[in-house]
Design a protein around this ligand. Structure first.
Ligand code: 5GP
Ligand code: ZN
Length: 118
């Protein structure tokens, strides 16, 4: 949360359209784009446009945006045709979860049976 602005944060740069992304959904507060290394037939990441480091910071600073992200996730799932077959919503948070991009993002995964989490 103390880190970047547009210049240092990859997902801020995608939001700013400084780095290309395959955008599939956008609202005033959120942006959804395809993961560059998809782990399932549908793999979209949904980000708040405002930079926060992780899901905990997101909930603490902007609970309304968290609502927006979950609403957008449902809309992405419908648009991707996986609303009925099912999908997984996931926030990696910190080292042990393997978080690599420190701009909060909600993974939307589906289009195949995903199996157990770990
Ligand atoms: P994390 O492991 O932090 O939860 O997830 C970061 C995700 O961002 C990974 O699934 C990774 O494939 C994805 N990613 C990393 N760099 C880029 C990029 O430049 N563009 C897009 N669309 N996704 C990226
Ligand atoms: Zn950012």
């Amino acid at each position: 949360s103390s880190l970047p602005r547009t210049s240092d944060c990859l997902f801020c740069r995608i939001v700013a359209r400084e780095v290309p992304g395959t955008v599939v959904h956008e609202t005033d507060t959120t942006l959804a784009f395809r993961d560059i290394t998809p782990q399932a037939p549908t793999h979209v990441v949904l980000v708040p446009k405002a930079h926060v480091e992780n899901a905990a910071a997101l909930a603490a600073t902007a609970p309304g945006v968290l609502d927006d992200l979950f609403l957008a996730a449902g809309e992405v799932a419908r648009a991707e045709g996986i609303a009925d077959s099912g999908y997984r919503l996931l926030f990696n948070t910190g080292r042990d979860a393997g978080q690599t991009v420190f701009h909060a993002h909600l993974h939307v995964l589906g289009g195949r049976a995903l199996g157990p989490l770990a």
